[in-house]
Design a protein around this ligand. Structure first.
Ligand code: PLP
Length: 374
């Protein structure tokens, strides 16, 4: 059968590749999903909805009760109503819907590097292209000079991720202002990916939800409620772009999962307590993994302020894909920095959404392998 050039041109994700090397007794610090249980209210709400017969198609933009409840919760970041919220079948599809609605063939999208793996391919799937902008060393802020130098007449969008996968970096107010100024001056849209907004351990999350004049914001319930398998996300956008986004969503899925929407709705009121506990668990693990990494000669990390990833650098003269493969052979799964773009090389990504015991064992393996290779 003929396969489109559009999809054939896109390489397989470097994250998935490492999973193929994982044996059953490997320590897996490659997975970007919380190992916590979802709030019971979410499961109960979803089960109750399914039992009551709410198993049919629903409104394309999501059920109004959930759109309004999400707007209420996220009003802490900016003024909005349910009309600014589109419930989507995952953060990933939210991103694709935005790209499909805003990128034309020939347009270019600037994406963070190191950065999450789907932005570049999404630009290509829309017939556009992408260029990578650099994050600064250590605190992983967008390098504004690098962005300025890469803006061209066809630059349509700048993607920003905060807190960041893979770096754990959290955007500062100064970086946000600089990005918004560029967006305004050059008529470029900011796509802010804020799916880790619940996981900030120091300082506070800096959201673009109060700048819907220049940005479209993606968030989701996968990480927030530990329901990665439910495939539930949302977009927060200004009313002008909502209609095309809803039209795009109609073509993608007709309407989001009905029982899951009721589950999310039922859990939203308990999220403050649930997330306080989740943050405390992750912060302890972050401290543990950062300390262990910094004790290994040749590896170093500034403890990341957000998300649940450690992205240390190393000083071996070896590409990150080779080092990650060597670790996988020794039963530790992580992701090579190069999977996250041109500026991710000489780093490894470890997810600390895993038990302290697994983190300790994983770091023992890392210490041994690094000791042998140096
Ligand atoms: C930065 C970032 N954005 C978006 C997503 C997509 O999340 P989901 O599709 O589960 O909502 C992920 C998942 O790992 C991510 O790390």
């Amino acid at each position: 059968m003929k396969i489109s050039k559009r999809i054939s041109d896109i390489p397989m994700s470097g994250i998935r590749k490492m999973f193929d090397l994982a044996g059953p007794d490997s320590i897996n610090l490659g997975l970007g999903e919380p190992d916590l249980n979802p709030p019971v209210e979410a499961i109960e709400g979803m089960n109750a909805a399914a039992s009551k017969g709410l198993n049919k198609y629903g409104p394309t933009a999501g059920i109004p009760e959930l759109r309004n409840a999400v707007a209420d919760r996220f009003s802490k970041y900016g003024e909005m109503t349910g009309d600014n919220i589109l419930i989507t079948p995952s953060g990933s599809s939210a991103l694709l819907e935005i790209f499909e609605s805003m990128v034309d063939p020939g347009d270019e999208v600037l994406i963070p590097s190191p950065g999450f793996v789907i932005y570049g391919p999404h630009a290509q799937l829309c017939g556009g292209s992408f260029d990578e902008y650099r994050l600064t060393d250590g605190d992983f802020q967008p390098d504004i000079d690098d962005i300025q130098s890469k803006i061209k007449s066809n630059t349509r969008m700048i993607v920003v991720t905060t807190p960041s996968n893979p770096t754990g970096g959290v955007l500062t107010e100064e970086s946000k202002k600089a990005l918004c100024d560029i967006a305004q001056d050059k008529d470029i849209t900011i796509v802010a990916d804020e799916v880790y907004d619940s996981f900030v351990y120091e300082g506070k999350h800096v959201s673009f939800m109060d700048r819907l004049d220049v940005s479209v914001v993606v968030n989701g319930f996968s990480k927030m409620m530990a329901v990665t398998g439910w495939r539930m996300g949302f977009i927060c956008a200004n009313r002008d772009v909502m209609d095309p986004l809803v039209k795009m969503q109609y073509h993608l899925c007709a309407s989001p999962n009905m029982p899951a929407q009721y589950g999310i709705l039922n859990a939203l009121p308990v999220m403050d307590g649930y997330l306080e506990n989740a943050r405390s668990v992750f912060k302890t693990r972050r401290d543990l993994i950062s300390r262990r990494i910094n004790e290994i000669p040749g590896m170093s990390i500034i403890p990341p302020r957000g998300a649940f990833y450690a992205f240390p650098s190393y000083d071996l003269n070896m590409p990150s894909s080779e080092l990650a493969t060597e670790l996988a052979k020794n039963k530790l799964i992580c992701t090579p920095g190069s999977a996250f773009g041109r500026y991710g090389e000489k780093h490894l990504r470890f997810s600390y959404a895993a038990s302290e015991e697994k983190i300790e064992t994983g770091m023992d393996i890392l210490e041994n392998v690094m000791g042998r290779l140096r």
